[in-house]
Design a protein. Sequence first.
Lengths: 1029, 405
Amino acid sequence: MKETSNKYLITAILLGLAFHGSSIFFTLETTYDALIHLFFADHYANSWFEPWNYEWYTGFTVQSYPPLVHQSIALLSMIGGLKFGMFSVALIAIVLFVTGAYRFSLLITGNKTVAGYACVLAVFSSSFIETLHIFGQLPSIVGVSVLMHALPEIYLWLKTGKKWYLATSLSLIAVTVTSHHVTPIFGMVFFIFPLIGMVIMDVSREQVNTMKEVTFKIFLNTFFKLFKRILSFGMLSLVLIVGCIFPYWLNSKANPITQVPIPHGSRDNFLEITSSGLVFFLIPWGILLVLLPYIFYRYYSKRYLFFGLSVTICTILGTGGTTPIPLKMLGETAFNILTLDRFTLWASILSIPLMGEFAYRFTEGDLKARIQSKFGAVYHRIIGGILAGLMVFMVVFTMSLNYFRPSQPQKIKMLPIVNFLNQDDHDKWRFLTLGFGDQMAWLSAQTNAMTVDGNYHSARRLPELTTRPIERLENSKFKGVAGIGSLQQFLTTPEKYNLKYIFSNDKFYDPILYFCGWQRLRQLENGIMVWERLNIPPVSSILPKEDVAKWLKIHWGIMPFLTVLIAFILNIQMLWVNMLKTRIKSTPDFLKFPTKYHKFNRNVLRITHIWSLFLAIVVCYGIYLFYLKNDSQRSPENAIIAYYDALDFKEFEKAHSLIDPENQLPIAQYMLEISVTDGLLSSYAKMDAIATEITTHNDSTVSAKVTTQWITPLEKIEKIDYKSLSKRKGKWYLQPDDLNNDLPPDQLYANNATKYFNQGRRRITTEQTHHEDILKQPVLEVISAKLVQYDGSYAIIGEVQNIDNVPADVILKGTLYNDDNKELATYNAKYHVKHKLMPKESTSFRINFEGIAWSRTQDSIPDTFNPDEFTPVAFEEQPTKFNLQVAGNVSGSDLYKNVVLSAIDIKEETINGNLFNSGIQEITIPQLLITYYDTNKNMVWVDHLFVKEGVRQQRKQDFEYRILKNGQVKIINTNMDNIFVNGLPNDAIAGKIVPNRIENHSDAQLQKIDHPDFSYIKIEINTYIGSPN
Amino acid sequence: MQGIRTFIFLLGLILLSSFAVAQQNETRPPSILLTTQTDYEVGNAVVLEFTASEGEKPLLYCSNSYGSTLVEALLKNNVIQYKIPENITKKTGVVLWKLLQEKESVSGQFNLNPKAEVATIETYIGPPSIEAGETDYTMLVVIPTDSLDNPVPTNTKVNAKFQFLASEEKEAIFTKNLIAYKNIYSKRKSGRMLVSSESLGVNSKEFTIQVWAAIPTDFKISAKRPHNYADGNQVTTFATSVIKDKQDNVVSDGTFVTFFITTENGNILKTTGTTIKGIATSKMIHPDFKDTWNIKAYIDGMAESDTITLNYQSVIDDFDIAFTNKNRKILVGPLQSFMKQMIPDGLQVKLLIYKNNTLVDTITKTSFNGYVTFNLKPAVYQNGNYNFRVETAGIAKTFNNKKLW
């Protein structure tokens, strides 16, 4: 019999290439993972055999991820660049997946038409679409596709015992291993074990007449008969799994993953966090959800029994934290390391053959006959239409998910950043990106400059990162206090990492950058703001690396392609035969066990109906709940939540629509009132939680206490508002707040100020340091400094003055020692200091010693992350001495000093006052530094307050500060011997410029307070200008 | 046997003869230096000549402070010559040499002396800014070098030239240990000093030293205001006299001055300014109630001003309060200023609400067109008797037992 081409397969390949091949150009670059793989590929393209990469995480090894896909991209990039390589590999992956789905389906069903149906449907499988177009997991796709190709070969080896098949199956397993490490390991469990079971069933079946006659005894006997083949295959593939990526296993052993678990959506409770449920359960299952009863019915038939078990386990594991079972099955460690969505992916791939089978039986098989005979032809068509419609809907929905809910920021033009890093030796320092999303990997691929961040968290080694449940520093705002806290630590002590430049694509981070002592350099033409920090040494030219043996490097560089080459040579012949039908070959054994589709089980049809009805009800109920929650004016609570949400997302029109229409507040006026309020809360805060408490109630009026939690870059803010709401025509509306009517006295006014500009390099030259162009470091004087302990934590407090004639950027670095002069901790002043000082200006400061400051951090970092919460435990770790290094550098930016303390009212527990902005810039975030003094006017503590609202020009802004309650400060050391300014002793250098300093000069001007522990305070004001003009 | 003996004998002869040859070699006379000159001017060719011994051409090892090298011999008329390479003769200093013969190696040294010419002048100066007052200094370092980049001979004269304000000075300094240097002390005046240097007719480029004023001395302050009413709206401007250092130089622009204001009840307010041409100005909004301010300015640790006193008169002596709409609408005003004009918008009015003599709520509003209205919602303030207190512009009015219904 002459074999005919399988037109379904050809259709599927063409469809797959046309559909996915054209859409990857619009999706792949915005996926989560694709650009990470691109970065790895860039590494191989530049240094194929050297596994150490300096660019991320102060160095890591690429032997931490199987290399085949990366190396393929790298090889292809030699032809047409990295992105060409990536898209080419993606196209190959698509073809591999479609053909793999065909061969796997053929193996399972033994029917070419059914397999054809299956591979056409696999093209539109929502789990495949999601993995490729939303997650961009190329290695995973290649791995599982090649595994599907390997399955028929394994079957034939076990069934026939021909050594040729052993070779082909092992060669394909090897390719799977080098492209993705997790796939073959779990593939063994979920794909190959059930397959072995199926082979034994088939062999047993041959010994008897019907499937029913296969008893456990026969099964066991067959198992022992085939045991040698199974064992040989198992052992050899184990050798391959270990051997092919041996350097990977060696590296995993040498550098075990110390990372604390990073939350992942696939581990959520999908009923609670519905967005995770959508992405990690509903989308990958898609249309298969409807077919679940059929899938289980078929896979639990005798021949496929083991596949039934496998699908069940995968399904359950894929439900993540919805049920406690996955956690119990996997154990704490594996549960927290693995992303569980891969189990759903495998379950859906296991279901592909049966999806094809169902479609076949539905369109031209016995199911069609049964439905038509029972319900009529019209019903069959309607059901067909609904199923097809659902399928198309899932495809369109999945493909467009990134359009409606972008997982990534807008595409950033990298060229200006790459140019910036290349010019003027900027790549001699490390950089950090903020708000770039996964595009940071693409930036890293294009430049040689190094970053402290990175995008492959399994490979990082800095304890500052591995002890934190954050993916990347650059998106830390999504990780709450832990994220912002970790970022602050890097921003406060950047010299430790030679971190000088920050590219910010998100103005959310601006205040923290400013208050940590960074300054704006300029905005690049792509809109990215460059921030820099002064006094950072460049990266040393020789960097540490963890070297591995030469043979491991060669193994890593050669093995992946070797496996591909061998697999190609071994399988190419079969491919040609299969595809071109050049010669007639014997039918493979698995085609000898076709299923007869003559009578569709009535109960399965019934259960499928009931199940579909159940699903429809669940979906409708879900939509109803969604409506209830989102009908913003149904209840006062809804109205308040909707109003705050609208404000949070700056949807002012929506917010205005919730304002009581009887107030006749026009939208223009409303916008004007909203837009004049700038500040930490209105411009830099993200709402974290909202709680409403209805205090008084009658039918039409309600007043509510609204407690909102906001994450700001500086601190977590709790705000309590009192809102009143009215009910009009069954809808709840909010009453507008009163306006501040403060009227500035002047329409136009002038302000003179001294401005500075530092030329930097006066001559265009690449000479490193032209000594004439170097400015003298401004001389600073530490007026007082002491080591104190307050509320369990240690701090260095004091006062520093710029005694030079030029403005200075001040960096204070404190180190603590114990009695044996052992260094215990070192840290910089964060925001308890004015980082920019005019000539003769002084500031109070406080250096905190946060968790990572201490040398023995590992054992003492608290479980719940709070950067301010740290106390050394061991007695010998108690600091008794300190060293203070102060560095001044000339800086002309952020020198706005026109803010006035215009009124103050001291009460027992609080200080109320007004700030008045007398200058010509709008103050975005005013900060108060409050210094406490004892009865003898000795400085004892420094505290701060960020005023939540900004201050407009010539306007007043009130503030309320809560005086510290428990005020016992223990002064440990007041010795000022070890204080150095620009590397010179403080006393000597200060004595030269201010030989006759008036000690305690402005002590007479301290504010008296009534407090058991403190007697005086001093208030200093620091300002952040969000948009200087 | 005979044959073997002969063989051993012959072998012995051969062995002996080989010794003889070796001995002959040892006795060969060593090469002797013919060149007598030991001092050369740098840059000139240096050739060392030795007597040749039987066609042998040993290597010459020579080293200077840059490094060492081997020189090959050139045999000429039974004299072997060594041409010292240029990279050695271009550098001043001592050159040690050694002839690498097998025994009795000959060694010696010669000097390469600097040229008495200056081709370039390397100049360093720092710090680039100093303080006036004849105590702070910057250091000028001049390194004249010849065309081969060698330092010139010791005691070569260098003229250091300074221009400062009206004066132009010139001072001779001499090189020693390769460099010539001078500490340049500041004068009493602040300003900009230009420095250059000259040696043997070659001039350096220009260098700039900024001489800043020294630390400030005490100064005076003054205040300017549109009127002396406490309207909470106008702005008083404080200014310092021209702040100078003890040498009468105006302090550098940007010097930070803090004005402390002590109010009547002992609270400390604060405003700051930076100097331009020695004068720092700073603004303060008027208080919204009658007050007396004592103002004193400081430059922390260095200088302070005299104290001035400002009085602010109350603008509002009295105001009306009207209760309407079941006492739930409280209208405060008209709030009139000193000329009976409506007070500018933004005056704070506080309403304190007491029930059973406990404070229930404080509502703060700002005036608009001279009035403030408080609406007490029935949903929030239930029917009953309340005490109210209205505070504004330092005046408080109390209403007891007002009934809301």
